[in-house]
Design a protein around this ligand. Structure first.
Ligand code: MV4
Length: 453
C-alpha cells in the first residue's frame, strides 16, 4: 500500500480524500493556491505545498508545479479528485513517466472512453444502447444533413471532447443544422482544442441516469447501481439520488450490466461513471458519456451500498484486487444529495463569494455533510461555487425527503447567499415528489417563477 499521497485538488473533495487516506494509514500532502491558504484541506493534511497564485491555470491546473510538489514530498501517488486535471490523460501520462501512481484509470482507458466518439464506437461494438446518429466524426455539412434526414429531426450536434454542455447544438431543420455545426465546431475548438463533432437524434424529454462502476487491474469490473441526476440546471446537477426512483428492477439490471460491459471492453479500472439518458416517453436508454473520475455525487452510492469509493480507488491504484464480486454488493434504502452553492437563486444564481461568519451545518440520524467550510472561512471568487454537499440516507425516498427538509431547515450559512432556500422549496415541489420531471424541468420552473415576479 502507498505511504503517502498528494491530493491535486481543493475544497470538499480534497477533504474527502484526506479523510480516506488517514483512515487507511496513508499520509496526505495537500496543494493549495494563495487564495486557499486558510482552507480546511490545507489544515487537515499532513503536509501542504503552495503551488501558485489564485487562477486555476497557474495553480490547480499547473502540472509542473504539482509534479514538483509531488517529487519534493516524495509521494507514491496522486489523487486528482474531480474537475481540474482529473480527466486529463496527458497528466496521467506525466505521472506515469515520473513513476508516480495516478489514482484513476489507465491512460489508455481514459483516452478510449473520455472521447465521446471513440466511447460510442466501443459501446456499439458491445451492444450498449446508443442514440441513432452518425457512425463517428462528422466530416462535412452534406454528411450531417444526410444523417439528420435519415434519423429524422430534431438532432443534436455534440463535441467529442465536450463537457458541461459546451460544443452542443440542437437543430430542427437543415438551415439550423448548418449553422449549429459551424458554431459547435468553433466552440469545441476554442474550449478543447478539438473540433470533432458527431450527430445524434435529440431525445426531447429525458431523465439523466448514471451507473457507478468500480474496476481493478486484474480484470474485475462491478457496478454499484445507479444514480438519478435529472434535477439540474445549465448542466450543473442540483440534486442526485440513488436508486433512480422510476426504474423497474429489470430495467436497472439491463442498464447496470450494459455499463459493466462497456467498462470491461475498455479494460477499465478505478471508479468511473457511465451516463445514460432515459427517454421519459419510451423508457429506452441511450449512452451519453463516461466520466473517468470520482464524481461529486459519489456519496449517495456509498450510502446505499456501504462501499467507500475513494478508498476503493486508492486500493485499486496500489494494485490490490477489489476483494468483492457483484453478488456481494447489495443496496439498502434511499439516499439524496443536494449541492449547496454560494449563489443567489433570486439573482440568476450569481456567485456570492465572501466571508462566512456563521456556518452551522445540520447533523443527526441519516445525515452526512461533505464540506470544507467553517465559521470564519472566506469563499474565494476564483473557483466553483459549491461550498457543501448535504447527503441523507433513509429506508425510503419519502423518509429521505423528510430528513432532508429537516436538515435544510437546520442549515445556517450567514451572511452569504446560498442555494439552501431553493432546495428547501424543491423538497416540497409536487412534480419532484411524484418524479414528474425531466432534465429541463428546473429551468422551466425557474422561468415560470421569474415571469410571475
Ligand atoms: C443529449 C440530449 C438529448 N438527446 N443527447 C447534455 C450534456 C452532454 N454531454 C449531452 N447532453 C445531452 N445529450 C441526445 N441524443 C440532451 C442533453 C442535455 C442534457 C443531458 C443531461 C442533463 C441535462 C441536459 C441539458 C441539456 C441537454
Amino acid at each position: 500500500m502507498f505511504s503517502r499521497i498528494l491530493i491535486a485538488n481543493r475544497g470538499e473533495i480534497a477533504v474527502r480524500i484526506i479523510r480516506a487516506a488517514r483512515e487507511m494509514g496513508i499520509e496526505s500532502v495537500a496543494v493549495f493556491s494563495t487564495a486557499d491558504k486558510d482552507s480546511r484541506h490545507v489544515r487537515m493534511a499532513d503536509q501542504a505545498v503552495c503551488i501558485g497564485p489564485p487562477p486555476s491555470a497557474q495553480s490547480y491546473l499547473n502540472i509542473p508545479a504539482i509534479i514538483s510538489a509531488a517529487e519534493i514530498a516524495n509521494v507514491d501517488a496522486i489523487h486528482p479528485g474531480y474537475g481540474f486535471l482529473a480527466e486529463n490523460s496527458h497528466f496521467a501520462e506525466v505521472c506515469r513517466s515520473c513513476k508516480i501512481e495516478f489514482i484513476g484509470p489507465s491512460v489508455e482507458s481514459m483516452a478510449a472512453l473520455g472521447g465521446k466518439v471513440s466511447c460510442k464506437q466501443i459501446a456499439i461494438k458491445n451492444k450498449v444502447p446508443t442514440a441513432p446518429g452518425s457512425k463517428g466524426k462528422i466530416e462535412s455539412e452534406e454528411e450531417a444533413i444526410k444523417v439528420a434526414r435519415e434519423i429524422v429531426y430534431p438532432v443534436i450536434v455534440k463535441a467529442s471532447a465536450g463537457g458541461g454542455g459546451r460544443g452542443m447544438r440542437v437543430a430542427h431543420n437543415d438551415i439550423a443544422l448548418r449553422a449549429g455545426l459551424k458554431s459547435a465546431m468553433a466552440e469545441a475548438q476554442g474550449a478543447f482544442g478539438d473540433s470533432t463533432v458527431y450527430i445524434e437524434k435529440f431525445i426531447e424529454k429525458a431523465r439523466h441516469v448514471e451507473v457507478q462502476i468500480l474496476g481493478d487491474m486484474h480484470g474485475n469490473v462491478v457496478h454499484l447501481f445507479e444514480r438519478d441526476c435529472t434535477m439540474q440546471r445549465r448542466h450543473q446537477k442540483l440534486i442526485e439520488e440513488a436508486p433512480c426512483p422510476v426504474l423497474k428492477d429489470k430495467e436497472r439490471e439491463e442498464l447496470c450490466n450494459a455499463a459493466v460491459r462497456l467498462c470491461k471492453a475498455a479494460k477499465y479500472y478505478s471508479a468511473g461513471t457511465v451516463e445514460f439518458l432515459m427517454d421519459a416517453v419510451t423508457r429506452k436508454f441511450y449512452l451519453m458519456e463516461v466520466n473517468t473520475r470520482v464524481q461529486v455525487e459519489h456519496p449517495v452510492t456509498e450510502a446505499i451500498t456501504g462501499i467507500d469509493i475513494v478508498k476503493a480507488q486508492i486500493r485499486v491504484a496500489a494494485g490490490e484486487k477489489l476483494g468483492f464480486s457483484q453478488k456481494d454488493i447489495k443496496r439498502h434504502g434511499h439516499a439524496i444529495e443536494v449541492r449547496i452553492n454560494a449563489e443567489d437563486p433570486a439573482k440568476n444564481f450569481i456567485p456570492c463569494a465572501g466571508l462566512i461568519e456563521h456556518f452551522d451545518p445540520p447533523g443527526g440520524p441519516g445525515v452526512r455533510m461533505d464540506t470544507h467550510c467553517y465559521s470564519g472561512y472566506r469563499v474565494p471568487s476564483n473557483y466553483d461555487s459549491m461550498i457543501a454537499k448535504l447527503i441523507v440516507h433513509k429506508k425510503t425516498r419519502a423518509a429521505a425527503i423528510s430528513t432532508l427538509r429537516r436538515a435544510l431547515a437546520e442549515f445556517r450559512v450567514d451572511p452569504i447567499k446560498t442555494t439552501i432556500p431553493l432546495h428547501a422549496e424543491l423538497m416540497r415541489n409536487n412534480d419532484f415528489l411524484r418524479n414528474d420531471t425531466d432534465i429541463h424541468y428546473v429551468e422551466r420552473l425557474l422561468e415560470r417563477s421569474a415571469s410571475h415576479g
